[in-house]
Write a protein that binds this ligand. Structure first.
Ligand SMILES: *Cc1c(COP(=O)(O)O)cnc(C)c1O
Length: 443
């Protein structure tokens, strides 16, 4: 095998192979059990082997596993669409399925582009994105993404998006939320004033950027972006792939600021982490721009073989039922508050520069010097080594550069949250103390 986002020479040194899972733990082939501190890469919601989800798949199997959605519909996909439309912001009335976060964003981008073509505003072809944004690894989603480490090598392959800087409070000299927000919005306004006639849409992750380093937005920023998009006739595309389904303490992160996007994408948590199903939501206005006689050539010519897969939609439906039954969003909000208290101790560690959190999505940024915010040298891979240490201690997670991610399943108990944080602290301490010791030997 060739593993995703993995340097295989690293992996070979100590390969991890998972054999089973139960609740918020997974077990490897040697019988060692780990807490799933990254929700199996931000997917898992209710823990592994959730009875209702297992049963939903078994029940659906008695009817059919898959039939195509091209020119045909099926029962679970209809029921799921009906349920989803009731949950998302009210302007979003149409559901277009696919099978991963990347495809859901790729679809939103193509829809936004063709929307303006169909409306006869042919100059509106460009996209605005925020630095460090991440929307998937296909060529289209990399184009609207902006993470130098992942995207640089492909630069000449990508279409050229307009990038505005992320409003990072930690890295801003003022350290003041309001100043950072207002400056960033002013910059966006200037860009729109100058170029709105050529801009089709703006793409961003709401409230917190995931893969870009768990970067939280100043309060009011997202609302400000929405206002500017409305003012300048730019479609607002919100990527809820990571933040959706309770992860930030709301069903969707847009609810924190009452945002009504034109297009919105979901994937990861949609099936509770069981099967690959994604969705792109559109307003009725966008849907209408594609509606007409075939000869008008307004059709959205896009689809994937497994779009609307019945097993996937059935398990997604069961997932949403558990959200209702267990009042999971409320639980997530309460657990976030508990987690926030736990993280206060982490912030005290000598090499933790910043702790960022939005609900149950957290990033812990490791720095060499807390006062200057200077990083450890790239080759020391401190955050990566800290996660290896955590793995030894029985906690799975993955770093993003210098940032250690904690993103537990929503079903994690308070005791388990405390255990996860304690193991993180132990892992961080072991590696940062060692790095500092090595530094002073070299000096
Ligand atoms: C993970 C992620 C994606 C890509 O999803 P895949 O299912 O891995 O293709 C897109 N956007 C955001 C915000 C993500 O976190």
């Amino acid at each position: 095998m060739w593993l995703p986002f993995t340097q295989m020479s690293d992996y070979e040194k100590d390969p991890l192979i998972i054999a089973s899972g139960e609740g918020v733990t997974v077990t490897d082939i040697h019988g060692k059990t780990y807490l799933d501190g990254y929700s199996s890469l931000w997917l898992n919601v209710h823990g592994h082997r959730k009875k209702e989800l297992d049963e939903a798949i078994q029940t659906q199997l008695q009817s059919i596993a898959h039939s195509t959605l091209l020119g045909a519909a099926n029962i679970p996909s209809i029921l799921l669409a009906e349920k989803l439309v009731k949950l998302v912001p009210e302007r979003l009335t149409r559901v277009f399925y696919s099978d991963s976060g990347a495809t859901s964003v790729e679809i939103a981008v193509k829809m936004a582009y063709q929307y303006w073509q169909n409306k006869g505003l042919e100059k509106k072809t460009r996209f605005v994105t925020v630095s460090n944004g991440y929307h998937g690894d296909t060529v289209g989603t990399m184009s609207v993404g902006s993470i130098e480490l992942y995207h640089k090598v492909y630069t000449s392959l990508l279409f050229d998006a307009l990038v505005i800087p992320f409003p990072s409070v930690y890295r801003h000299p003022s350290g003041d939320e309001n100043i950072v927000r207002d400056e960033s919005l002013q910059e966006l306004r200037l860009l729109f004033e100058e170029r709105h006639e050529e801009i089709a849409g703006m793409v961003l992750e709401p409230m917190i950027q995931g893969a870009g380093g768990m970067n939280t937005m100043p309060a009011g920023y997202l609302k400000g972006v929405e206002k500017l998009c409305n003012e300048f006739n730019v479609l607002l595309i919100v990527d809820e792939v990571a933040t959706g389904f309770g992860r930030t303490g709301k069903m969707f992160a847009v609810e924190h600021e009452g945002i009504q996007p034109d297009l919105m994408t979901v994937a990861k948590g949609l099936t509770g982490g069981y099967l690959p199903v994604a969705a792109t939501f559109a307003t009725e206005e966008i849907y209408d721009a594609f509606y007409g006689e075939y000869e008008e050539m307004k059709t959205f010519f896009h689809g994937h073989s497994y779009t609307g897969n019945q097993l996937g939609c059935a398990v997604a439906l069961a997932n949403l039922e558990i959200f209702e039954k267990e009042q999971l969003v409320k639980q997530s909000e309460e657990k976030s508050t508990f987690l926030k208290e736990l993280l206060v101790n982490v912030k005290q560690l000598p090499h933790v520069g910043d702790v960022r959190q939005c609900g149950l999505m957290c990033g812990i940024e490791i720095v060499k010097d807390k006062h200057t915010k200077e990083s450890f040298p790239l080759e020391s891979r401190v955050a990566y080594r800290a996660t290896l240490e955590m793995r030894k201690l029985g906690l799975l997670t993955r770093p993003l550069g210098d940032v250690i991610v904690l993103m537990p399943p929503l079903a994690t108990s308070n005791e388990q949250l405390a255990e996860m944080v304690a193991l993180m602290v132990e892992g961080i301490k072991a590696v940062t103390e060692e790095s500092v010791a090595m530094d002073s030997i070299q000096q």
